[in-house]
Write a protein of this length. Structure first.
Length: 155
């Protein structure tokens, strides 16, 4: 009788331990996860995969190389102190102490647009280099060289 009683106790204990272990299991996406806490916590949200269109490095890559080498092409009109962004089709002009951006120029600037200089920069703000450009391409320099009016030339 003692062996029967001890067998029943062992089977009961194994059943109790098995129930305890299986009650803390939960399934997520077909897998099995074992947890020891009393309450079940929801699985952490997963971010959707980033889309990569094949232009340059993937979004998780550092921003050097392809993305950092953006060049902007401008026409600088030395006689008017005006920049024209060839890609965006906008003008940058000096009004008082401030630089303005516009799709068209005020009339008093249009009469001074003789020749231009092609400039390529790494910045979308050409006026940051205005002092340098003003020294390199002074007003009236276009006329002194004997160049004709109209299309720009590289100096």
């Amino acid at each position: 009788m003692k062996s029967l009683l001890s067998g029943i106790i062992i089977i009961s204990l194994c059943s109790l331990v098995s129930c305890f272990l299986l009650s803390s299991c939960s399934t997520t996406s077909g897998g099995v996860a074992v947890g020891w806490s009393q309450e079940e916590s929801p699985p952490p949200p997963q971010a959707p995969p980033a889309r990569h269109h094949g232009h340059g490095p993937p979004p998780h890559a550092p921003a050097w190389g392809y993305r950092a080498k953006q060049h902007y092409k401008y026409w600088y009109y030395p006689d008017a102190y005006v920049y024209f962004d060839v890609t965006r089709k906008v003008y940058f002009y000096l009004e008082g102490d401030n630089w303005r951006i516009a799709a068209s120029l005020p009339r008093h600037y249009r009469t001074r647009l003789y020749g231009y200089v092609e400039i390529e920069l790494d910045s979308d703000k050409p006026y940051v280099y205005f002092d340098k450009h003003r020294r390199e391409y002074p007003p009236g320099h276009w006329k002194k060289k004997g160049k004709r009016k109209g299309k720009g030339r590289k100096w």
